[in-house]
Design a protein around this ligand. Structure first.
Ligand SMILES: *[C@@H]1O[C@H](CO)[C@@H](O)[C@H](O)[C@H]1NC(C)=O
Length: 325
């Protein structure tokens, strides 16, 4: 793009220097000033004023091709056509000599228009995004090339899935990609953000395909996914998918998972984790696992004292009861 502008600028400057009044049509892109002058010299001889007049007529004959734009891939074919035209004009000049040049030029221009119509057309730009290299046009008015002026970044697509379902993103564009050396890379902006700011994104180095799948989708997967399509190393398009994971988790499964996690937590309990925790009796009764060795000894002592007291009480009761008879 920048290069195109520079080239356009350079051509413009060159055009003005070489030929201040003339237009810069296809003729000027594919036939050099030297070649044109030489053809004219073959028609009218070496007198400078005659050559100049001939050259003006030459350029005038091609003025219709000023606004011509062709498929960039076809520029070599068009160049070949112009080279052929130069040869056939030289032949005409040699055969017919002076004063037929006006007719010869207009005939050549007509043939050139036909040749241009035969060229492969430029594919249309496909909005809204992408560096669409196949839409590159060669613009005769300035002898430079241009592609569609569309941003690299595509708009964010929203993808909503229920928790536990599959989320899938297809990194595809509506315009035609070059056939070879296409690669895909993925990035992720986590935390449920919906953004196109690249500073939020981190590489997902294992994702290399045009399709990304997340199964099962969890709330932690919510955020923006970005896919860059590259041709060789140059980015062609950058797509964005915002993933929204909604809905409650399936109930039964969640309860099972919670229970399982609890069990794991108990069995792995370390003494230093337990010690600071001094449970009340209620908790001790509902959570027998919470008993420490200290607690157990205390409890045993308590039971022993109670049993002893009970024995003494029963013995005293018996003594009193039987002594009464
Ligand atoms: C996600 O989807 C839900 C339900 O459609 C919606 O209420 C919520 O606003 C969405 N969240 C975001 C961040 O877009």
């Amino acid at each position: 793009m920048a290069l195109g502008l520079v080239r356009a600028g350079a051509c413009l400057l060159l055009g003005l220097l070489v030929c201040p009044a003339c237009t810069r049509a296809c003729l000027m892109c594919f036939v050099t000033d030297k070649e044109r002058i030489r053809i004219c010299q073959m028609f009218v001889g070496m007198k400078a004023w005659k050559t100049k007049e001939c050259d003006e007529k030459f350029q005038l004959a091609f003025k219709d091709l000023l606004k011509t734009e062709i498929n960039y891939d076809e520029r070599n074919n068009l160049h070949d056509s112009f080279t052929q035209m130069v040869h056939s004009l030289q032949e005409t000049a040699v055969a017919k000599g002076e004063w037929v040049y006006i007719k010869a030029f207009s005939k050549a221009a007509e043939e050139m228009k036909k040749a241009i119509l035969q060229l492969k057309k430029v594919p249309a730009c496909v909005p809204p995004c992408g560096v669409q290299e196949l839409t590159r046009r060669f613009i005769c008015d300035g002898c430079y090339s241009l592609i569609c002026k569309l941003p690299l970044n595509c708009p964010v697509k929203d993808v909503t899935v229920n928790r536990g379902d599959q989320a899938m993103f297809s990194c595809v564009v509506d315009f035609q990609l070059p056939k070879e050396d296409i690669s895909y890379s993925w990035k992720f902006a986590k935390g449920g953000v919906r953004t196109q700011d690249m500073s939020y994104f981190r590489d997902l180095p294992r994702a290399r395909g045009s399709v990304a799948r997340i199964r099962p989708a969890k709330p932690v997967h919510a955020g923006t996914y970005s896919c860059v399509i590259r041709h060789d190393v140059r980015p062609v398009a950058r797509l964005y998918f915002f993933l929204n994971v909604t809905g409650p988790p399936p109930r039964a499964e969640t309860e099972l998972q919670v229970t399982f996690r609890e069990v794991v937590r108990w069995s792995r309990k370390e003494p230093e984790v337990v010690e600071p925790w001094k449970p009340g009796l209620g908790e001790l009764l509902t959570n027998p696992w919470a008993l420490t060795w200290e607690d157990l000894c205390l409890l045993a002592a308590l039971v022993a004292v109670m049993v002893a007291s009970l024995t003494v009480l029963v013995w005293m009761f018996c003594r009193w009861y039987f002594s009464g008879i």
